[in-house]
Design a protein around this ligand. Structure first.
Ligand code: SF4
Ligand code: SF4
Length: 455
């Protein structure tokens, strides 16, 4: 478009990018040109006021700098190096939520962090390897799950933790989560896998007065934590979905990549994404929807994959990915069933609920509180809008531990002010932080749903 044809400049209207040719900003990112997004920033600084890291760390320049400003610097200076403060961003995505102009801040941060790690970070540094080990949790968890009892003892043995803190920078203050004695996938195979689920779902549909051959089927993305650490959450998902007459399949899968994005390990994340997209795209073609019980996993499949990777089938998978309770709220009369249900014994209590940042980014922050409002013998109290502070691997680094706990203070205080002494959240690392800061036991909403509807 020539200058004469350019529309008048409007500082508020999002720039659609129609008036100029895309430019390569970062190498290898031609398909993901973010200049239209960067130019939409009108420096209101709302993102900075939304950032939990900037709130506790005066040295952190904040998302506006990390995103559009750094993007422009890179665009105008070929020798510009990514500022190392990009590693201080926890990838909580609260800046995305706040931006009134739709600037793709976390996409910019993830891309810049990837470039920083690729080109500027020493591959011989302990920090690089510590981050790589933390980001590839699935690899450590697979090894630990071969001898889970031994791993549970060793990983929390004082002298071992002291050495890990001093040599690798993994904070001594945190307790390693326990590995289950049987992974979810092993349990699933013992239950008969997809064939047995198909049969149970048919019987449930018959019981519910629905056509036995109704097309209700989901592909479960359990992620690493539900497989290796909390299989009770994954089992609850299976039992709740089968209760509603859904056939469940558990396809081949790798880590969703969330901890890899946050550590700038984009090659590792891409390798996992290629397996996940191929596996789930195939099932989506056959009529399955992809369901995740962890809000960061659903976020990765539906938002981060299409933003970062040009993989065949990535958009199809993104369009058919849902968080587990969100999907049931859309397709079933979940509220109606909850109104008729009650919970006795184990889970009849008051819960202090924390909405993970990644649930907020998907618009899911109120669903647990609203869903369980009508459930007898249960109270679910929202503990407010603050970030838990752990942000996946962020709070698992010694140099960030204090910051992580400072961010979490508001949530800890609100949990302690709430009536109950049991926490609830959908995110496994928020659950770790909630437990660490208050000593409360933490449950997933699916466990309560199972107790109310199935048991
Ligand atoms: S909130 Fe959006 S428009 Fe405002 S400064 Fe941040 S990136 Fe720019
Ligand atoms: S993702 Fe979170 S920590 Fe990072 S800049 Fe945005 S608000 Fe701050």
């Amino acid at each position: 478009m020539s200058d004469a044809e350019d529309p008048p400049f409007d500082p508020v209207a999002p720039n659609t990018g129609d008036s100029y040719e895309p430019v390569d900003v970062f190498p290898d990112s031609d398909d993901f040109d973010l200049r239209p997004g960067a130019d939409s920033c009108y420096k209101c600084s709302i993102c900075d006021t939304n950032c939990p890291v900037a709130e506790v760390d005066d040295d952190f320049p904040g998302p506006k700098f990390q995103g559009p400003e750094q993007w422009r610097l890179k665009q105008t200076d070929d020798d510009y190096e990514i500022d190392d403060s990009i590693t201080e961003c926890s990838n909580c995505m609260r800046c995305d939520d706040g931006c009134p102009s739709g600037v793709p801040l976390s996409q910019m941060h993830n891309t810049a962090r990837g470039q920083y790690v690729d080109e500027q970070m020493s591959k011989f540094s302990i920090t690089y390897w510590r981050n790589r080990i933390l980001a590839n949790y699935r690899t450590s968890a697979r090894l630990a799950s071969i001898f889970p009892r031994t791993a549970n003892f060793v990983m929390n043995f004082g002298p071992v933790r002291w050495v890990m803190d001093k040599t690798m920078g993994i904070p001594n203050e945190r307790d390693f989560p326990a590995f289950a004695t049987e992974t979810f996938r092993k349990w699933w195979q013992k239950q008969g896998g997809a064939d047995a689920s198909r049969q149970r779902a048919r019987e449930a549909r018959k019981r519910r007065g629905e056509p036995e051959d109704a097309d209700k089927k989901i592909a479960y993305f359990h992620g690493c934590y539900s497989n290796y650490n909390t299989p009770e959450v994954a089992k609850a998902l299976v039992s709740v979905y089968e209760h509603f007459g859904y056939e469940v399949v558990v396809p081949e899968q790798r880590c969703s990549g969330t901890p890899m994005f946050a550590n700038g390990m984009l090659d590792d994340a891409r390798r996992g994404a290629e397996v996940n997209v191929a596996s789930f795209a195939d099932l989506v073609e056959q009529g399955y929807d992809a369901i995740a019980s962890c809000t960061s996993c659903s976020m990765a499949l539906r938002k981060e994959y299409p933003e970062l990777f040009d993989i065949e089938g990535v958009d199809t998978v993104a369009e058919h990915t849902f968080e587990s309770i969100e999907y049931l709220r859309i397709h079933e009369d979940l509220k109606g069933e909850i109104e008729q249900a009650d919970v006795s014994e184990d889970l009849a209590r008051e819960f202090a609920y924390h909405a993970p940042c990644h649930a907020r980014n998907q618009g899911l922050e109120r669903q647990a509180v609203e869903l369980f409002r009508d459930l007898d013998n249960v109270e679910v109290e929202d503990v407010g809008e603050s970030c838990s502070g752990i942000s996946g691997t962020y709070g698992w680094k010694s140099e960030k531990y204090e910051k992580s706990m400072k961010i979490g203070e508001e949530m800890f205080d609100h949990m302690e002010d709430a009536e109950g002494t049991t926490g609830m959240t959908e995110c496994p690392t928020c659950a770790m932080q909630m437990e660490h800061g208050t000593g409360y036991e933490i449950r997933h909403p699916l466990e309560l749903l199972e107790a109310a509807l199935v048991e």
